[in-house]
Design a protein around this ligand. Sequence first.
Ligand SMILES: [Zn+2]
Length: 147
Amino acid sequence: MDAITSRPAAGAGIFRLPAALRQEIEAHARAGYPEEVCGIIAGRADTAMILYRGRNVSPTPRVAYELDVETLIKQIEFEDAGLTLAAIYHSHPTGPETPSTTDIARAFYPDSVYLICSLADPARPVLRGFRIVAGQVWEVMLGEIVT
Ligand SMILES: [Zn+2]
């Protein structure tokens, strides 16, 4: 399947993120400050379901992230259970809440949503979602669902 076909039509991309998972991402981002934190979220199509905190094994964790192998292996387990890699999240301790050039260059999962949590204002974290396909970036609206 051509990865491009999976991108949402303009204005039609909504990723359903339960409030509890949004809070978990923000809590993880705060706990890891001033380094970037990262993790993955299992789910179905456009719905986040289970969050797995990862470890940032980048040699420069204040400005980049690299998921540890142990966390990436979880993908095999939840895919066996019928779920997909719905999202990959990481934090930007000093902002912004948009993908960096490095983030775009290293985005190898066109079917996953990239969630970025900015702590530029630590009291008010900002979370945004994107699809990144072959160097192109589309914002995905985040819709909260009651859990
Ligand atoms: Zn980043």
